[in-house]
Design a protein around this ligand. Sequence first.
Ligand SMILES: Cc1cc2nc3c(=O)[nH]c(=O)nc-3n(C[C@H](O)[C@H](O)[C@H](O)COP(=O)(O)OP(=O)(O)OC[C@H]3O[C@@H](n4cnc5c(N)ncnc54)[C@H](O)[C@@H]3O)c2cc1C
Length: 403
Amino acid sequence: MNNPNFFDVIIVGAGASGLVCALASARRGKKVLLLEKEQQVGRKILVSGNGRCNLTNAYVSAGDYRGTPQLAAAILEKFSFQTCLDFFQTLGVLTTQEALGRVFPQTGKSTAVVEPLRLACMEAGVQIRLGTEVVKVEKKNHFRVHTASGDIFSAKYCVLACGSKAYPQVGGSESGYRLAKSLGHHITALTPALCALNVKEKAVARLQGIRAQVRTTALGTSAEGEILFTAYGLSGPAVLGLSGIIGPHLQQGPVPVNVNFFPQIENLSEFLMQRKQQFAHRKAKEFFAGILHENIANLLIDFVGIKKSAPVGEWPEYVFKKAAGTLSAWPFTALSLRPWTEAMVTAGGVNCAEINYNTLESLRCPGLYVLGELLNVDGRSGGFNLHFAWGCGYCAAGAMAEE
Ligand SMILES: Cc1cc2nc3c(=O)[nH]c(=O)nc-3n(C[C@H](O)[C@H](O)[C@H](O)COP(=O)(O)OP(=O)(O)OC[C@H]3O[C@@H](n4cnc5c(N)ncnc54)[C@H](O)[C@@H]3O)c2cc1C
């Protein structure tokens, strides 16, 4: 068909999954239209990884995903860590691997991912329309895609790559859920994930801005890594990792969260007693110098009720035990998750029982494909969410080409 408004594939959303799907489809000779409501492609990718874009993880496996890990497993079979690296190499992106398998662009900037993706799309012939919000999709013989400004485009295939409602300040919205629903899909409960926690203990404000390497534990699950104390509560990777588990339980009431400041020391009480021999003359605050941030030490001293003026040598044994107990399981009480504007991802989404795991084609509406975070799949922090999104774009493009 020579109609300029008729395409092989129309993709709604130029984020991680949409850009890859557009590029991989165009490289296979498809006529592709990519519609993006924002004035820029990949806004969420740009802010990802603190602006550095943690684009994948060397140890990615289905176990890194919640919601529907079986669907993630099917994607990983076709889009492994190596396939991901090879794909970005074809875009001319140099990457570097850091601790815990996290991969970043070598420039240290997320633009080194978004700009090569955008350029490759243009070079492959993808037509990109920015500032174009899709408000309605109809399926008759073909798909008819309506934009907010009244344009109508048609295509054989339609791809929903609209992302989730998390982080609305960079494009997150409920639009994708609405479009999927209108085409016969169901949406599971949506909750913020990879999200900081509000805690009950007001004293946490005394620790605002402090980062520490800790082990956090809640509801029988632990996470190790950096914690960041804030004016309202707890943040940082060691907390974000638990938020998806804690979130749903908060509806029933507060959830205890323990912080171990010395996960590497097996017997902390003994360690402190040994330190007592070395620094018997020191007062409380000086005793913790070198092992604890000053503000944490001050809070501990108040919390445990340690006498500030007494030299450490005079402290009874139970004080060391109490300090060790507190430092290895400091009790906080999570009251709520921070709002959607601070959630990195959404737990929940399009019900994956309505999606073909191998192709990402809708089982409700043939020719419709649903990708990325819009689906009921969410990953851990560490590059897993972007890996899944790229992988969805890659797999759907492959499936459409094979038809
Ligand atoms: C602050 C932050 C940091 C993050 N850091 C990382 C990280 O380092 N590593 C990692 O793996 N993951 C990270 N994530 C998560 C990751 O960015 C997302 O999981 C990923 O971008 C999801 O890809 P997607 O294609 O599903 O959606 P998105 O990338 O969000 O793209 C969806 C696009 O669709 C557009 N859109 C929506 N509705 C419409 C419509 N109706 N019409 C037209 N366009 C529409 C949106 O504007 C958006 O551009 C981070 C997220 C946030 C918020």
